[in-house]
Design a protein around this ligand. Structure first.
Ligand code: C2O
Ligand code: CU
Length: 461
């Protein structure tokens, strides 16, 4: 089945647009043990710049961008990671609440998957939404070179759209000759992180799609970049944010100026213009070099659809935090005064610029620092997180979803999420029920920050 699996993976990679669900879901008829999807790491050449192919690009499955994986809420999923690159690896299923053993963090929950070895992942996603997958080993190098893919967990009860597109947003650090340059600069790692030089959506400069005029488009966007924070805007059509980080938003809002960081996802509903040929664009308007990320062109005569046709998405089965009984965990994000060189053996950057509660994580080692906190299974907790640095940090918790309760600097919706982009001088409260036993990482998703100290974990027993 290995070869068949690979071919299936390749077929999915080529089709991220309309009608994907018609191709068939992964794992065939989803009995107790579905056929595993094979995710084989590979080093390939890919055309990321006009000048010619880039060497040493990493992917799963040899067919360009890692495949968009389709799963179904409440149905078993299985994948075999086959490691064919020259570096140990693992897969982490970002945002999916799954058993600890399947979480993909080396040393903490599973051994390395060495070159030539494989590892079988199996879990049942409880939540519908947009998620993603990536290695959790030597992450700056492996993710920086391409190993970031999008996951769609479907819910058969979702409202019907006239088209659906998935965008995997990321940058590459390439020189003028189209080849990789140094993945980071230490002075940038100590600030915002080192930005890529070439920006892509689905490994293209600017993908162009067609959708029916007057139709409703579902656009799933995942920021899988290692550094960049985006500020979105949709031009040429009305758009609403339906979901963030794999969960429906309590109240829909316009995506204009929405800030999202590495690891975060959004789902938009876009009402296409009535006029044939009209072009809708998704833009990043942050900073001094705004970019059109992707476009959708209206085709045919208008379907005359209405946002009222988009019923609210079903809420995911996340346990409600008991605020009266919750214990509080204080968490301070800071820069470290001293740069203690760290000796992590899984791709540590060799610096410690950052700390959580004054402790810089030493890198992924066989001897991780003690957990930040030991949590009792089934009990409610509130993380009081404070950002003492002048940078923003997309803080990600593995294994459990939290609810955003309050912020000291801005009005917040009670979003359910796995990644919170905390701003400079912001204090935020994140509530959750510790309902998943195991060791769960909590880290900044700007990978240079993660890899130079801004990581820790909680233990649920
Ligand atoms: Cu996207 Cu620790 O992960
Ligand atoms: Cu950070």
């Amino acid at each position: 089945w290995t070869r068949r699996g690979l071919l299936k993976t390749a077929a999915i990679a080529g089709a991220t647009g309309v009608g994907l669900s018609a191709i068939g879901r992964l794992g065939s008829l989803a009995a107790a043990s579905p056929e595993p999807v094979v995710l084989q790491t590979a080093k390939i050449q890919a055309r990321l710049m006009d000048i010619g192919p880039t060497n040493n690009v990493l992917t799963y499955g040899n067919a360009g961008m890692p495949p968009v994986l389709r799963m179904r809420k409440g149905e078993p999923f299985a994948a075999r990671l086959v490691n064919a690159i020259d570096d140990p690896t693992t897969i982490h299923w970002h945002g999916i609440r799954l058993p600890n053993k399947m979480d993909g963090v080396p040393f903490l929950v599973q051994p390395y998957v060495y070159t030539g070895d494989h590892f079988d992942y199996a879990f049942t996603p409880p939540d519908a939404g947009t998620f993603w997958y990536h290695p959790h080993c030597n992450t700056l190098e492996q993710m920086g070179h391409g190993l970031t893919g999008v996951i769609v967990v479907e819910n058969p009860n979702d409202p019907k759209f006239d088209a659906e597109f998935v965008l995997n947003l990321r940058d590459w650090r390439l020189g003028d000759d189209g080849q990789f340059i140094d993945q980071f600069r230490p002075r940038d790692a100590a600030k915002t992180g080192t930005y890529g030089t070439v920006r892509t959506a689905n490994w293209l400069d600017q993908p162009q799609h067609d959708a029916p005029a007057g139709g409703l488009v579902r656009l799933r966007v995942a920021i899988t970049d290692v550094t960049r924070i985006y500020a979105f805007r949709v031009d040429g059509a009305e758009a609403i944010v339906m979901a963030l980080d794999g969960n429906p938003v309590p109240e829909r809002f316009s995506p204009d100026a929405l800030l999202l960081g590495p690891g975060q996802r959004m789902e938009l509903a876009i009402r296409m213009p009535d006029q044939e040929g009209a072009v809708v664009s998704l833009r990043d308007v942050r900073g001094t070099r705004p970019k059109i990320l992707a476009t959708v062109r209206a085709t045919g005569s208008s379907l005359k659809r209405d946002f009222r046709d988009v019923a609210p998405l079903e809420v995911n089965p996340v346990a409600e935090v008991d605020l009266a009984a919750a214990q509080h965990i204080s968490l301070a994000l800071s820069a470290t005064a001293e740069n203690v060189p760290s000796d992590g053996i899984c791709g540590s950057l060799g610096y410690s610029f950052w700390a959580i509660n004054k402790v810089p994580w030493p890198g992924d080692t066989s001897d991780p620092t003690a957990p930040l906190a030991e949590l009792k299974l089934g009990k409610s907790y509130v993380i009081d997180m404070e950002n003492l640095t002048p940078q923003s940090h997309p803080m990600h918790l593995h294994g459990m979803s939290f609810k955003v309760l309050s912020s000291s600097t801005r009005p917040v919706q009670p979003l359910i999420s796995d990644t919170y982009l905390i701003q400079p001088n912001e204090k935020v409260q994140l509530g959750f029920v510790a309902d998943n036993p195991g060791d769960w990482l909590l880290h900044c998703h700007i990978i240079e920050h993660q890899k130079s100290g801004m990581t820790s974990y909680v233990r649920v027993v």
